[in-house]
Ligand binder design. Structure first.
Ligand SMILES: [Zn+2]
Length: 153
């Protein structure tokens, strides 16, 4: 929850310095002025302290909030989104499939003596997929090494 949500629900809110506010108590209705101290900490944690004798939990309940609302939502702040890495075996299986497709097209061309637009298009896809697979495996450095082997010194 953002500190703004809490401040919107409190009354008689006054900013006293950056990230620090005081406000009236929704339970005892601020007999002592602004007894609720609110601070927003780094990472979005909100500290709220009533100095009127009311309990923090009761004040939050009176505002329609709960203790966990004082902490930022987990997925947004504490845990960065996890990006699952490709499984190398799956990539190799996909590459094997593409090479098989290429072999079948080569057999067709050999048998028919023709290389049509559909076959050419599929072979282009094989090339793109193999390149993408190799990059996904992080072996583009290996490709540089392979290309150097083919060059004359
Ligand atoms: Zn109070």
């Amino acid at each position: 929850m953002s500190v703004d949500t809490l401040l919107e629900r409190l009354h008689n809110v006054k900013a006293i310095k950056p990230m620090h506010w005081i406000a009236g108590c929704p339970i005892c209705r601020s007999k002592n002025g602004r007894p609720i101290a609110v601070t927003e900490k780094d990472g979005g944690i909100i500290l709220m302290k009533p100095f009127c004798g009311c309990e923090t939990g009761d004040v939050l309940r009176a505002l329609g909030l709960k203790m966990s609302d004082l902490f930022p939502a987990r997925e947004g702040h504490f845990l960065p989104p996890v990006r699952r890495a490709f499984d190398p075996l799956q990539i190799l299986e996909a590459l094997a499939h593409e090479f098989m497709v290429a072999e079948l097209i080569a057999c067709d061309v050999d048998r028919s003596g023709q290389y049509d637009g559909e076959q050419r298009e599929r072979m282009r896809l094989v090339s793109q997929r193999v390149t993408a697979g190799v990059i996904s495996l992080g072996t583009h450095r290996a490709w540089d090494a392979i290309r150097k082997v083919g060059r004359s010194p």
